[in-house]
Design a protein around this ligand. Structure first.
Ligand SMILES: Nc1ncnc2c1ncn2[C@@H]1O[C@H](COP(=O)(O)OP(=O)(O)OP(=O)(O)O)[C@@H](O)[C@H]1O
Ligand SMILES: [Mg+2]
Length: 400
């Protein structure tokens, strides 16, 4: 093959540190426009030129397509053996290749062998980054002893942030943590930086551009509150109340049971069709009060459960008044250390936000990507005290 010339961007100082690092796992906590995709692109090309197989994994197909297009812009046509714009893959002549996978469905990459480099983009925003990391990423790389670059802006203190902390504290050189922001990217003009800072909300600037996961002014409670009330495993003791949030579209059905002390003693989280969901709920203990979201389609589920003879069932209807009230009660209980919960719930609580609209005067509560465990905890919390004070609760509740 004739000599070919590839022009790659000259890395800025922080990008260079990533190229120089020998760590097998590089975790990049970086803000928007800091240059993370550029360094991922350079790393991918270098690995392919060495003959390696690269996997690029991202939850957003649009970002994957952009990365694919950017690679094709840099790679000379005479070097490309084949490329596929719909499945997104590029094979270089006599050299390496790159395949693309979805961060929401990392199961699909199981069985892929000889991976030299795995690039996990916007990792904090994947559906289940922890599960993907331990069950799909690590086993895939174990066989080939390949490298990983995990890059993202933070999303609260979820698994990505924990991994970045782990990398920061790693002393054997296997993992290395990197942190840089738009302010470290010399290719962004001062004028753009000042204008962006002026025009985006303060929280967006801190969380997205400065990659500060502690920028949590809109979290419903301080991170410390969540940390000190997180338990390693479900508590023991009699379950006195169960909150049930039903999966509505892309999320999960979450079922949270508490004992008298407010400790989580039962937790189920799943995606099933309605009939299987209803069947599952009928297996919950008959004598325990069950509070279920009966809004919208939940109303139909509630009726079906009643017609199946499920006892001690209360419906809760969400509306612009009942939801803020429910969450306010949850916040108070959390701040008073009245609730103890396991990690999945802790992670969702860390990402559960409120937005105040000065226009409408309403506070909107929202959990991204999911809020089902927060809602099931809130529902069980609301009724827990009533159960404690009213042992004979069987017929004492009405539909809320
Ligand atoms: N080493 C470099 N040389 C030249 N330009 C660079 C370099 N690194 C980054 N840039 C430019 O800075 C801008 C931001 O870079 P990049 O897209 O890599 O950042 P990002 O962190 O992935 O951004 P986003 O958060 O929007 O995905 C782009 O215009 C890119 O071309
Ligand atoms: Mg990018």
């Amino acid at each position: 093959m004739p000599d070919v010339c590839i022009t790659l961007p000259r890395p800025h100082a922080h990008q260079q540190k990533i190229l120089d690092s020998n760590a097998k796992i590089k975790v990049l906590k970086c803000g928007r426009q800091s240059g993370k995709s550029t360094i991922a692109k350079v790393s991918a090309i270098k690995a392919m030129l060495k003959g390696g197989k690269v996997l690029y994994i991202c939850h957003d197909y649009g970002l994957s397509k952009k990365f694919y297009a950017q690679l094709l812009e840099v790679l000379p046509a005479e070097l490309i053996e084949s490329n596929n714009a719909s499945t997104l893959s590029i094979k270089l002549k006599g050299l390496g290749n790159i395949e693309f996978y979805s961060g929401h469905a990392t199961l699909a990459m199981r069985g892929t062998d000889n991976v030299a480099l795995m690039i996990c983009d916007e990792f904090a925003f994947w559906r289940d980054p922890e599960n993907s990391y331990y069950n799909d990423i690590q086993p895939t790389l174990a066989r080939s002893n390949g490298d990983t670059i995990i890059l993202s802006s933070p999303f609260g203190r979820n698994f990505f942030w924990q991994l970045w902390i782990e990398a920061s504290q790693c002393t054997n050189g296997e993992m290395e943590a990197f942190y840089f922001t738009i302010l470290d990217n010399p290719f962004i003009s001062q004028e753009f930086i000042e204008r962006t800072q002026r025009t985006v909300p303060a929280n967006t600037w801190l969380q997205e551009y400065l990659a500060l996961e502690t920028a949590s002014e809109d979290c419903i409670v301080e991170a410390d509150v969540i940390t000190r009330n997180t338990i390693d495993e479900l508590a023991t003791g009699e379950c006195v109340v169960i909150g049930i949030d039903l999966a509505k579209s892309h999320d999960y059905t979450s079922i949270t049971g508490l004992n008298k002390q407010g400790e989580m003693v039962l937790h189920h989280r799943f995606q099933k069709d309605w009939n299987s969901t209803i069947d599952f709920i009928t297996t919950l203990p008959a004598h325990v009060l069950k509070v279920i979201d009966s809004t919208g389609v939940g109303d139909v589920v509630f009726d079906q459960l009643c017609s199946k003879g499920v006892q001690n069932l209360v419906g809760f209807k969400f509306n612009s008044q009942s939801k803020p009230e429910l969450i306010k009660e949850l916040i108070l209980a959390l701040e008073r250390n009245e609730l103890k919960f396991t990690k999945t719930t802790a992670d969702e609580l860390g990402n559960y936000r409120f937005h105040y609209s000065s226009k409408s005067g309403y506070i909107k509560y929202e959990g991204l990507p999911f809020d089902d465990t927060v809602i099931s905890l809130a529902l069980s919390n609301k009724y827990r005290k009533q159960v404690i004070y009213n042992n004979n609760f069987a017929n004492s509740f009405a539909v809320f």
